[in-house]
Design a protein around this ligand. Structure first.
Ligand code: SF4
Length: 77
């Protein structure tokens, strides 16, 4: 399990940290740090999913390790 944060959307309000403090931590500068376990418990998975759902900025995404992030192919100019 990976948790992707879009730093351009995150406003550092700490909602995710409140839901899953073992997964998210805001530092004193308001920078969000993610500590997603590669082999999470069902409870951690549930809290991660809730953090993604309740992030008011839609800045979080959950990606399973065996489902790589789809990135569009770059086209030549
Ligand atoms: S809930 Fe969303 S906007 Fe708030 S700190 Fe977490 S990722 Fe950033």
């Amino acid at each position: 399990m990976k948790i992707i944060v879009d730093a351009n959307l995150c406003e550092g309000n700490g909602v995710c940290e409140g839901i899953a403090p073992e997964l998210f931590r805001l530092d004193s500068g308001g920078q969000l740090h993610v500590h997603a376990a590669s082999d999470p418990t069902a409870e951690q998975r549930d809290r991660a999913a809730r953090a993604v759902r309740y992030c008011p900025k839609g800045a979080l995404r959950l990606v399973e390790d065996d489902h790589p992030i789809h990135q569009p192919e770059r086209t030549q100019p």
